[in-house]
Design a protein around this ligand. Structure first.
Ligand SMILES: [Zn+2]
Length: 188
């Protein structure tokens, strides 16, 4: 978080404003608006591909198919950030027809997404994400994912939460044909 500590909440005429000291050491305050964004993504699992989730390579017999490394968690997070900032979606900024993004490590896309938000003066409050996967077991990689994502968006790992769940064997994710992810972020 590049802004200061939240100090006072104000509600005026039904519109919620938030006053914060602009940066540590500054006495000036500015009014900011909290903005929320959501993202969702699914990719197909196929043999012969590396499985990358949250920027972490996970040993598994299959990997996600896509133009990039197909990191669903990172893509959902990018969409949530872009959505919160009113900047469209990941396909608009990183089209899957562009050779520039072929097989790209999606953390690079997340860094570029974050830089767009930072350039517009936005700061990240927190992100919460859920991965939908029947297998492999993801809990051993959760902390490494948090650290990797946090580094890409210049925030603390404790501002990023990652959950993983199955779909109880239902649907294409339950049959192990794909992995999905959704993410919600709050920015100001
Ligand atoms: Zn994707």
């Amino acid at each position: 978080m590049t802004g200061g500590v939240v100090s006072v909440w104000e509600c005026r005429f039904g519109e919620m404003g938030l006053w914060i000291p602009a940066f540590a050491g500054m006495t000036e305050r500015r009014e900011v608006t909290m903005r929320i964004g959501s993202g969702y993504d699914v990719h197909r699992l196929i043999p012969g591909r590396k499985l990358v989730l949250g920027g972490v390579t996970i040993p598994f017999e299959k990997g996600l198919l896509g133009h990039s490394d197909a990191d669903v968690l990172v893509h959902a997070l990018c969409d949530a950030l872009l959505g919160a900032a009113g900047l469209g979606d990941i396909g608009l900024h990183f089209p899957d027809t562009s050779p520039e993004f072929k097989d790209i490590y999606s953390i690079r896309l997340l860094e570029m997404t974050y830089h767009q938000l930072r350039d517009k003066g936005f700061s990240i409050v927190n992100a919460d994400a859920t991965i939908f996967a029947e297998s492999p077991k993801l809990s051993p990689y959760r902390e490494k994912m948090r650290e990797t994502l946090a580094r890409a968006i210049e925030t603390d790992p404790d501002r990023i939460n990652i959950k993983a769940t199955t779909t109880e064997g239902l649907g294409m994710i339950g049959k192990g044909e794909g992995i999905g992810a959704m993410a919600v972020v709050l920015i100001f």
